[in-house]
Design a protein around this ligand. Sequence first.
Ligand code: GLU
Length: 487
Amino acid sequence: MNRTRFAPSPTGYLHIGGLRTALYSYLFARKNGGKFILRIEDTDTERKVDGASEIIYRTLKDAGLSYDEGPDVGGEFGPYIQSERKALYLPLAERLVKNGGAYYCFCGKERLEQLKADGATKYDKRCAGLSVAEVKARIAAGAPYVIRQNIPEEGSSTYTDGVFGDITVENKDLEDGVLIKSDGMPTYNFANVVDDYLMGINYVIRGVEYLSSTPKYNYIYKGLGWELPNYIHLQPIMRDATHKLSKRYGDASYEDFIKKGYLSEAIVNYIALLGWSPKDNREKMTLEEMVELFSVDGLSKSASIFDEEKMKWLNAQYIREMSSEAFYEKALPFLEEIEHLRGFDLGLVAKLTHSRCELLSDVGKLTAFLNDFDNFDLGSFKNEKWKTDEATAEAMLPGLITVVSDQWPVASEADGKESTNHKLSNLHAALEAFALENGYKKGQVLWIFRIAITGSLVTPGGAIEMAELLGRERVLKRMQAVSRRLR
Ligand code: GLU
């Protein structure tokens, strides 16, 4: 049984890069009939942020990456939060000491600082040479200590990574890192290894920053007589050629993109492509299709650059494919936030803007004319094709106002959809008749009418649709106001 995990530290948000790591672990597990596990790595209490774990649970679920075991869903290898596993680590470190893979170290801060000041790049193993009796005596005397890993000084270590192949690191480049701190708590490095083993993780999928420290982890496995897992290290997502995507530079987290109006499917689809490509080079894929197509040999050996324009392009495709109902449901939280849409038929706004949105939040700018009407540029009446301008508008508007007020009956409470449609098609016919009677082309009339009621060259729909959205009273008021401005 393959078991993969996502092991984030709860630092306050789920970054796009983290989500992608989770996604690949998820895809690997699902593809191979394995299990995907969530573990919260909160040994670093200083970096811990309240509520951060909940953001992780919520984001993974929202993105469709359901985990089989985890803090909030349980499982037989729990607890899945490291701070709840405290008691496990010290006895294992002590066992490692017995096996020669670690040692007690009594060097205090001062000595370590002196070592550094003297130019040492790593701990000098002084305490590795203490006799068992000496160690016992010091501990009995109450001397504070840490437990350090004992890395062989000579030789090198090699393992095979699923993406990068054989990785060899010289042992002299590895440090005897602290496994258990003086307060008895494990360091991140130790807890991470212990938990991967105890949770039966046999595929460790994570960021490339761990590629060269993995030999160190492997010595812990070996020292405890444990079988090594398989490793798959992932290249980072970059903001540009030299900078990693990171919160520090204001690059967004998953939630930020959702707030910007991206669909979760589009985000997941886009980030899947940042570091992996399926054999057929397909770009638009559902999560199920990704599971089907996923394979480790499609993972990239080089970093990828995050291109928000591309994600937006993909988002637009997803939006276009949604049913009107689904779009309305997703767009509603955005529609409800937009001040200038108060009092408008949001269902109709959704219907009119649906095919024109790249982001759900575009509903705002697509309907800005509802707000920015009063001082619109009267030059907008100019149209080369229809040969219209302000003078045409001035001449036409009084007649248009009469058409609307006479031929577009006041709406009544009882009006259903059918009667509204009927009234609107009558209005359309009346405008056509008006054109014919007054020697205008139909296109000229519709142009002047649409500009006069929206003040905008680009609108999410034609003249009649805009009239429907605004309603009879607003249409009349707007035309009268424009007519006054033109005089
Ligand atoms: N907690 C580590 C991190 O957030 C996990 C590293 C790993 O996956 O082994 O980077």
